[in-house]
Write a protein that binds this ligand. Sequence first.
Ligand code: PXG
Length: 462
Amino acid sequence: MNSEQKLNLDQLQRADAKHHLHPFTDTKEINEQGTRVIVKADGVYIWDAEGNKLLDGMAGLWCVNVGYGRKELAEAAYQQMLKLPYYNSFFQCTTPPAIELAEVLADLAPRHINRVFFTSSGSESNDTVVRMVRRYWDLLGEPQKTVIISRKNAYHGSTIAAASLGGMKFMHEQGGLSLPDIVHIDQPYWYAEGGDIEPSDFGLKVAQQLEEKIIELGPDRVAAFIGEPIQGAGGVIIPPETYWPEVQRICDKYEILLVADEVICGFGRTGKWFGSDYFGIHPDFMSIAKGLSSGYLPIGGVMVSDKVSQVLIDRCGEFAHGYTYSGHPAAASVALANLRILREEKIVETVDNETGPYLQNRWAELAEHPLVGEARGVGFLGALELVKDKTKREFYPKIGKVGGLCRSICIENGLVMRAVGDTMIISPPLVASKANIDELIQKARQCLNITLERISTLNFDD
Ligand code: PXG
């Protein structure tokens, strides 16, 4: 970094500390350390203001599916902004990109899902789900069906309804959450919570908590169940294969609506277009965002099954819900260009058949590392459980300490790998080549080695 760059970075960091409140951040702490300013990106790499190049193992925040630097996406936004930068979808209006995107999404989604309500984020999508679910039952003459069942440690967003649906206790403790009539059952997290039970039995057992909860509350009170096909922010928690079929069976038996939060799993992350396709479930709603536009512009939506949309259309009259930016034409144009790239370059198929299996084979090699209790993954998602004693599945006493250390070491060594507690996670751009994957594995292994070395020099016992 030359002195001019250094001055520029110092200025940026000072202004950031003075004026910017960051999301999910201890502002006092980062203001003391100085923020990392990311200035450019290309393919699977990002660069910070000091000139460090990092392999982005997280695709931004689980979203840059087609990788950075795709000119087609910039061009789509530019052309649409020149022609029509904004118009809304209220008052009998809409725009060509919003229409075309709805049509393409209906084509990609499972056959029984043919309509979309547009939003600008995953959180807005899940807020929309809450309103639609309750409206649906109200229209069917069952207004008492208001309870939505979710899971502990789920992440569904940060608006009040989405954070209430989420099962993150530390979020509920801030701001008086959750909203009434949202309840949480256990998550299918076998490694940390399965004890001596076989994964397949554990999957059934936690799924059956849904049935127990429905019976406890009364089936006439329960409106829906919501889950991420694979929990992302909770730590890439992949349910045992028995889990989703049992959840589907229970939802069908009690006529409970099933909501799949596809904000992370959607658009190829599992090697299928949607996590619901991967697990063979038939949701009534799918929340989408992130990979829909590869994060180039904010756009999300709720995909609605024919069963539900028909009731809303036939009986609702005006559905009193919507956002200024629902179906934003520039964001919709970018999403269309993004979906075109995913389709034309067969990126989802490549993850499914080629690069996904390659990543998973190489990722599994890391299970041999003394610090790693489990290496798991699906498609382009992966997690490593960092443990004190792998034979006993024993974590370090202070959860988050080893994970935080490993994360910092990764950054120092040119790799963005996130820590959720002591679980290291990856979600790389779907365009990562085998060479990129080799680099990711080599860097991850090197960072695990450094972490293990550091552990021996520091106190990790309390
Ligand atoms: N659902 C899921 C499954 C998500 O992962 C949201 C909804 C909310 O989307 P918006 O666009 O409103 O952010 C998300 C978002 C993390 C992290 O720490 C994950 C997300 C957001 C912020 C941080 O991994 N996912």
